[in-house]
Design a protein. Structure first.
Length: 96
């Protein structure tokens, strides 16, 4: 897809419990204002907003950076691995 794509994992404020969200921005190449196929694919998994020349897709990862005091290193590793897998899966749907 011609243009520039940026992917970011963002956490909310502490008052919103450090919730995580995956955000994908795509700025279309000069002269291209949208890609209907991409928008439709993303809408299956993401909350999509589009404007001329730009598309923003957001996915609530339904997870938080809040960690219980008794969290072990193994549990942290498993959580991080699962999170990375979910992010990779979401990004893969953008490339199809």
């Amino acid at each position: 897809m011609p243009g520039k794509t940026t992917v970011q994992v963002q956490q909310s404020l502490w008052s919103r419990r450090f919730l995580l969200e995956l955000i994908v921005w795509h700025q279309f190449a000069t002269g291209q204002t949208e890609c209907e196929g991409l928008t439709q694919r993303l809408e299956m998994h993401f909350n999509v907003t589009a404007s001329p020349g730009e598309l923003v897709a957001r996915l609530n990862l339904e997870d938080s950076l809040l960690m219980p005091p008794a969290l072990t290193v193994g549990e942290l590793e498993a959580w991080a691995t699962d999170l990375v897998d979910r992010i990779a899966e979401a990004i893969a749907c953008c490339k199809q």
